[in-house]
Design a protein around this ligand. Sequence first.
Ligand SMILES: Nc1ncnc2c1ncn2[C@@H]1O[C@H](COP(=O)(O)OP(=O)(O)OP(=O)(O)O)[C@@H](O)[C@H]1O
Length: 760
Amino acid sequence: MDVREREISDEQRHLDTVYRRLTEKIHEAEFLMADAASRVQVGTPGALAERDAQVFRAGRHLSRLNNEFEDFLFGRIDLLPGKDGVRGPDGAQTSVEPADDAIGEEGGEPVAEIAETLHIGRLGVLDAEYVPLVIDWRAPAAAPFYRATPVAPGRVVRRRVIRSRGRRVLGVEDDLLRPELRALLGGVELPVVGDGALMAALGRARGRRMNDIVASIQAEQDEVIRAPAAAVTEVTGGPGTGKTAVALHRAAYLLYQDRRRYAGGILVVSPTPLLVSYTEGVLPSLGEEGQVAIRALGSLFEGVEADAYDDPAVARTKGSAAMARVLQNAARGVVERPGAPDRLRVVAFGRRVELSGDELARVRQQALGGTAPVNLLRPRARRLLLDALWRKSGAPDRYQDPGFAAEAREAFNEDIADEEVFIDFLAAWWPEVTPLQVLTAMADEQRLGRWARRILRPREVRQVARSLRRVTAAGAGLSAHDVALLDELRTLLGTPARPAAPREADPLDQLTGLAELTTYAERSAPARDRAAEADGGDRMDYAHVIVDEAQDLTPMQWRMVGRRGAQATWTIVGDPAQSSWPDPAEATAERDRALGRRMRRRFELTVNYRNPAEIARVADGVLARAMPGAVPPRAVRATGIEPRFVTVAAAEGLPAAARAEAARLLAEVPGTVGVVVAMRQRETAAGWLADLRPEAGDRLMVLGSLEAKGLEYDATLVVSPVTIGDESPAGLRTLYVALTRATQRLTVLTTTDDTTVPTP
Ligand SMILES: Nc1ncnc2c1ncn2[C@@H]1O[C@H](COP(=O)(O)OP(=O)(O)OP(=O)(O)O)[C@@H](O)[C@H]1O
């Protein structure tokens, strides 16, 4: 048996012990569940709370344990004795630095005994004697696994990444952090196997889902993941530096570190639905589900889903902060709508009283005074209508005595307010307006022109109105920019209070199904839910908000996201060099408003883990033109394969060449191939490649340049860079995004007149 096999079988033995212990814990959890369920008869609130909490804990435990993780156990560190020998709650020594006498000398050579071996995994497991079999990756004791470097090794002598599938250990990869040291474990010299886990992880083929990076988080990333949650954590870094991965691991870390607080919910805002589905497996793989909502910008408003794109000019107008003022006018202006009743006739005190169109308009203007949400103004409008009718009836002149007058007025009000004509009129004249109704009303260019006077230019009004004509009454045809407008409108319109829906009478009813479990305490404090219900079922008060690709949020989108994190702490990750928003200063102002005066802690990630150096070089050439002076991240690996440049004489040659190049890449890489084209060429390009589909299946994807945000493929084919670059004022930065998606191979397909991407 060689060293590698011996080390693998050592780790296999440990993994077997871990699984035996897990099986015991599953039985324990099942017993707890059965026991708690058998006490269902106990009905006092105290007993209920205790029972619920017990069921909750057992249920969560059980559902986690039953998950067969791909690699439940993935790491190990061998450590020198700690400075003070103090142990933490997980049984591991807490000191980061080694004891002064940890390293001795033998024959002029430094030598030391390993004092502690810790295995790191997705969940913590203790044996029956409370000795740690596995340390949770988020526990303080696991931090040296990620933080130790040869320059600052602390107590770590050897770091090992263990690759396993199900219950079988497949391989180990070691890094020696104190190579000068002869380290002994149980009297035997510590063996070293393999040449680094990071490179192995980076070279692996990409599929349709992002993998977690829990086994190979790097020190600069670990600092972000474990940064204290207070206030705002801002992370910048170029493409491929792991910003998305780090943000998701941070969500899992925060939940581990302060579950009570973050059970209030973590919102992860992602730019596109494609990126949401790409990343949504990461948190479950880290043992976290439920408390984290990953939502695309176009899905943040409950009940609608953006399914359309705005071209860059329209997006710019809709995204700009000026739009907030247009919406203010629209939300009030929409009350005055074509087809609304223009006359009110009632009978009061046996006489007919009538208000004309002009009189009604005056009442409307009076009711709309101030800034209160329009849908909450109906009671005021009703009162003012009654005032106007009272004056019009001539009755005030008939009463000299104020007491009589007041009495008569009350009788008058009662008389009219019960009249069906009046009730129907009020409902038609001051209906409750939905955000979608206002937005569709803005498709009328004339009305929008009135609301946008002195705010938007006539051309902008025309473009916005035209783009809104595709939106249906049911909410189809919305873009992600429209969704931010809906959200703003919801605030401007307000939601009238409704009688609360009857609440669950007996919390025990919810006991079926583990996923549904909550504690009694959580259910008996439903204030948060009520706030959410008042907002149409939408969650508005997250405990932590994570914004991915933050450079792309428009001012209006910052306002929308800001509303969901008024009390939250924040993590914001982004890269200005990849921004598709043309006016960064305006977006920054709204972002600052959303974050308020919270303290900010800034981090920068500097290493590109995605692109090989050969591809990064080509992208860097475009970056230098898109953002002169910007420093690109450093690529950590090279493949020796240069990107391929293919030029066709004219645009007519593109379809055949795209087909041939995509086929070539499909043959060259084992995983996914992304074909990136300008937004307006998406459908045409999908047609060009239809022939390849049956065989390539979901390995082949055609994307518009803006859809490529955050995604990655084994190979990328970028078609017609000049078209992508010319598509918007931020076109060159979008092209930079497209060129940085590949983990192995890149092909750039151009026409002869296209020199946007300089050949290196
Ligand atoms: N420490 C790591 N170990 C292994 N893989 C890593 C590590 N850090 C990042 N990666 C991988 O590098 C790739 C890029 O990561 P990610 O998508 O999070 O980068 P990003 O900074 O968000 O990129 P972009 O700005 O282009 O969207 C992913 O495949 C990720 O799994």
